[in-house]
Design a protein around this ligand. Structure first.
Ligand code: AMP
Ligand code: MN
Ligand code: MN
Ligand code: MN
Length: 277
């Protein structure tokens, strides 16, 4: 079986390893085809491509774009993109632009909860100042002894309804799809099992995504349970979507699934990589 991992992060967004470090780990884990998909940023791709080539691994240019749809934050992965495409590059700059202000607001809210200095603390974990993320706050709050691990920080402070959560408007679905398609890429719904959409909302979303030319969905991801592999395999078949596989690896010891370590895609699906080589 070809070991394909098309979703993971480096220190260019909220991962802990450099793009070359992620590549080396993917290689060591036996990954054959690899995409680095940093959040809202393509700045790690050149280094990723070079490092993948050094260790004989096929590289696919990728990105994970933050989208606001019906008030929910959803993630769309773009694969096989031309990362130099001007409209994509501009779109990502615009998508990133609100992160600093949101982070300052998170800092204020956490201070009100009795956790001072969280913004400054989070900044120390940031590789790319444009890309300050809730993950950086989570790492700082663990360091500060507020929580045992980053998952607890999210649960107690950083998800909707919790005291450090700041509502934020990301890119629209239609802009995101037009950036990805304009850059020659394939749009893939990231970790659909993670969203708190109702069944009706999910079906409206899937229809809209398909109507606008979206054609891929993650079936096997580090965010899904085995039951969800089966559930989204069915969705892929119903909608005629290409199926993707990706660990969503962020950091050793922090991510539940390592690079290349997921089970294969269920049978009877067309993989998103079916016509790439
Ligand atoms: P942001 O784009 O700044 O809102 O941060 C989103 C990132 O936070 C995701 O890409 C994950 O890496 C991380 N994340 C979100 N929810 C959780 C969670 N419940 N536990 C751990 N990490 C999470
Ligand atoms: Mn992340
Ligand atoms: Mn995601
Ligand atoms: Mn991700």
């Amino acid at each position: 079986m070809l070991n394909v991992d098309l979703h993971c992060h480096s220190s260019v967004s909220d991962g802990l390893l450099s793009p070359a470090g992620v590549a080396a780990r993917a290689c060591a884990n036996g990954v054959d085809v690899w995409a680095l998909t940093d959040h809202d940023e393509v700045g790690g791709i050149a280094a990723a491509r070079a490092a993948a080539s050094d260790c004989g691994m096929r590289h696919v240019a990728g990105v994970e774009i933050s989208v606001t749809w019906a008030g929910e934050t959803l993630h769309i992965v773009g694969l096989n993109i031309d990362e130099t495409n001007p409209a994509l590059v501009q779109g990502l700059i615009a998508t990133r632009s609100g992160r600093q202000r949101r982070a300052e607001q998170i800092g204020v809210l956490l201070a009100q909860e009795g956790i001072p200095g969280a913004y400054e603390g989070a900044l120390r974990y940031v590789g790319n100042p444009d890309l300050i993320s809730r993950t950086h706050f989570a790492r700082y709050l663990v360091e500060a002894g507020v929580c045992q691990n980053t998952h607890d920080v999210f649960k107690r402070y950083l998800v909707e309804g919790k005291p450090g959560y700041v509502v934020h408007r990301w890119a629209s679905l239609s802009d995101t799809l037009s950036w990805i398609h304009g850059a020659g890429g394939i749009a893939v719904i990231a970790h659909p099992g993670r969203y708190s959409l109702t069944l009706l909302q999910m079906s409206v979303f899937l229809d809209e995504f398909k109507q606008q030319g979206g054609c891929g969905i993650e079936v096997v991801t580090g965010s899904h349970t085995p039951d969800q592999y089966a559930e989204y395999a069915k969705v892929a078949q119903q909608y005629g979507f290409l199926a993707s596989r990706g660990s969503d690896f962020h950091a050793p010891g922090e991510s539940s699934v390592d690079l290349g370590a997921l089970p294969p895609l269920p049978a009877n699906l067309t993989p998103v990589w079916h016509d790439w080589f």
